[in-house]
Ligand binder design. Sequence first.
Ligand SMILES: [Zn+2]
Length: 138
Amino acid sequence: MSKRRRHPRFSPADPCPCGLGGPYGGCCGRLHRGEAAAGTAEQLMRSRYSAFAVQDGPYLLRSWHPDTRPPRIGFDPGLQWTGLEVLATTEGGPFHTTGTVRFRAHFTDGGEPGAMEEHSTFVRLDGAWVYVAALPED
Ligand SMILES: [Zn+2]
């Protein structure tokens, strides 16, 4: 992993935080700027992870279902997102209206490495994928 900046301000040429390997500007940056829409629930999930990494609160809010969306997004200044693994997906494709993504997100919190796993649900709302909630763990 490359060294993380304290306040990440990603340049378009930086590797995208979502881990697909392309530069941020041509990957999740296009979604964050509103130039492209996520075609699948997994793509939306990756873009939301990247939005946490680059601290794009407005994108997180507009990609969140209005029924479950928090009033605002706070970013913990001690928390740095360091990597994403998509573990499994169900549906969430171009012809679906619902989908789930199970993922593991790696971070450092005050310099201590950690990881969290979530099984997220997504729906298509007015044509656009949005995040709904985490499923209870089984
Ligand atoms: Zn990306």
